[in-house]
Design a protein around this ligand. Sequence first.
Ligand SMILES: [Zn+2]
Ligand SMILES: [Zn+2]
Length: 319
Amino acid sequence: MQALWLENNQLTYQDNIPIPKPRQGEALVHVNLAGICATDLELIKGYYPYTGILGHEFVGEIVQAIDAPERVGERVVGEINIACGLCDTCLRGHFTHCERRTVLGIINQAGAFAEYLCLPLKNLISVSESIPDEVAVFTEPLAAALEIQEQITIFPTNRVLVVGAGRLGQLIAQTLVLTGCHLQVVARHEKQRQLLATRQIGWVDENAISQHTFDIVIEATGSVEGFALARQAVRPRGTIVLKSTYKGDISVNFSSLVVDEIRLIGSRCGPFAPALRLLENRLVEPTLLIDYRYPLSEGLQAFGRIEQPGIFKILLFLT
Ligand SMILES: [Zn+2]
Ligand SMILES: [Zn+2]
């Protein structure tokens, strides 16, 4: 089958990779559409060690499921963390933190930039007919955006700032605006501002942020400057949610965090079911983010393009 293969920081297109064989409890899924995200770019740069087929955002169709033949033909999205179900962390219900987990296209599990992938049946969630593929493919990043609201309560009276208006920042903003909070998004580029405006979300220039006033700040840039901005914007006893990973270590003045009693919250993968509900009810509109669609066979060109400024989302399709 065709796939995009990562090895030694080098992504290659290959068309002779064997179709993966589902293990017990797993299904074989034909990938219809897959999305490229920042994590893929970080894996290529070698921030985390990974060799294999890249990709974790997808929508596809179950083509083989020995333990559940009735599910063949189902259109699905997939929870990317494959938990053992047996370790202490799993027994406490924290499956996305399983000590022995593999993660689709990220840790020891062949990913979605391929014609086929395997995932446990319990990871595969049925997609309603009313959600087209180009919408459903956003379920995973939208779930990650919703994880914020799993972790903290956002009141309508809260002043909330999102630092970063790229592909994740936009999805986060679209979910937060639904809480009725006073929301502003730091957006540098005209295209980012226009996109926010189409959803009636307010943007702010980074030089115009009032300092120490926001109850909650979401940091979605993964940059030192982004964190510094978040730190300046949050009020004493406020909360900073870290929604992006950082390259290497960053230097932070921890004493000031203590004195101001700031809460710092790391945030990663989130719940799929509410993400699908929001998509089905058109309460978020992720297709606004789609810039280009490429066939998987031209996947390397797609990766060349996504590093250009002003690009939000590129999808890879299979026919
Ligand atoms: Zn992703
Ligand atoms: Zn486990």
